[in-house]
Ligand binder design. Sequence first.
Ligand code: MG
Length: 262
Amino acid sequence: MGDHVFVHAQGSGVAPVVKSAVEIELMRKAGQILAKTHAIVGQMVEPGVSLLELDAAAEHVIRSEGATPSFKGFHGFPGTICTALNSEVVHGIPDQRKLQAGDIITIDSGACWRCYHSDAARTYIVGGEATHPERAKFSKTMYAALMAGINKAHAGNRVGDISAAVQAVIDASPYSLVREYGGHGLGKDLHEEPYIANYGKAEAGILLKTGMVLAIEPIVAMGSPNTQVLGDKWTVVTLDGSDAGQWEHFGVVQEDHFEILC
Ligand code: MG
């Protein structure tokens, strides 16, 4: 499907749900399983490893923990992870390609534990940051944008405070926001309200309440933000061939901070 389902939650008009303590505990566990998955897969990110090997490892970790991959089969997506290699933006399908030193790769995944999802993405420079300092700087800027958004994701603020904080970091950088994609609430569904644009006005939008579970995910291009979807109907790439990627944490809105669950 070409409707960008992993990072583009369409606004449904349904009010965001505040999770119960029991639900948050289940999502905390889903986050722990995903964190373990990312840690193991991240250690495998080296020159010569294929995207399919990373995908198989992620699925093995998630299933061995008694969870299921949130992405696999979601609207027909074939992988446990979405890979975004170099000029790929989001929703890349893991395939036979092997990583090379200096590549930039985003790995996005989710684990479902007792009907509750987790969702997080990490970006790596293959072979280490020294192999490609420009890409390393790009990744750090995306992470800084994510953390700026997270610092605003506490009760009493509004969704627009997250959006504006993310945008401010990228606007001050040489990079550009890919505006078609954004963050979202999650729970029993991988995508719930509210949609969290990576740009917007502070003090606007839905009021954040303690117990809302959100995924925040700036999606950024090094060059022009224009994108296209490839013939596989999934893989989004930059039109100008510039690098792109994302960082994503999910967590729970608390009274005075955002508790990162993965
Ligand atoms: Mg997401």
